[in-house]
Design a protein around this ligand. Sequence first.
Ligand code: SAH
Length: 221
Amino acid sequence: MTQAHTPSDPEERAQIVFALRSCGITDPRVLEAVESVPRRLFIDRAFRARAAEDTPLPIACGQTISAPSVVGIMTQALAVTPRCKVLEIGAGSGYQTAILARLARRVYAVERHRPLARAARELIERELDLPNVTIMAGDGTLGLPDQAPFDRILLAAAAEDVPRDLMQQLRVGGIMVLPVGQSDDIQQLIRIEKTENGPVYSELSPVRFVPLLEGVAADLD
Ligand code: SAH
């Protein structure tokens, strides 16, 4: 049997940066942030040899880690600055969370599967020097009223409509990026800028995300 070859750190970085550049990601801060977070840390051993592939991969609780190019597109569209307080809904593996934390002043991430939230928190604490991240279990459709308002909000799960609580918790002048769609097949990644005169919407690309579900999952842990 041939042993699956796990890409080395430089190989993984080179492949991921190539995938990002191929889909128009040019922001040097975004490229640097993605390069600084090894994707393989967030992937189960069984799939680790595929860590550099530009594709979603299974993680625990039946969820997926996003494709690097999608993480790159969302991160670039969010235009995070070092002064930003960011809310992420659907932390999953914590990969996108760690990248946001390299760019922002503070990141709060909410995940409805407790085992995923715990694993992501422990991994980031153990492997990465990111004291500005808080990952918690909860229902992200409600946002995080205690920490609002946010300068940036990123959703990694598809909503049928823009969740009202999240829109309220976005600061005027803030940006939200999220997949929106009625079905599993047809979703659009959109960017919303909340201006004094109301929200301004732009479409980024067609995508496929898991649905945004209400409530905290009843996992056995
Ligand atoms: N960017 C993440 C993607 C995870 S997939 C990564 O790369 O790992 C999307 C995640 O959204 C799933 O883990 C799912 O459990 C979570 N999710 C769905 N609905 C949610 C909700 N209402 N609140 C919090 N998390 C939610």
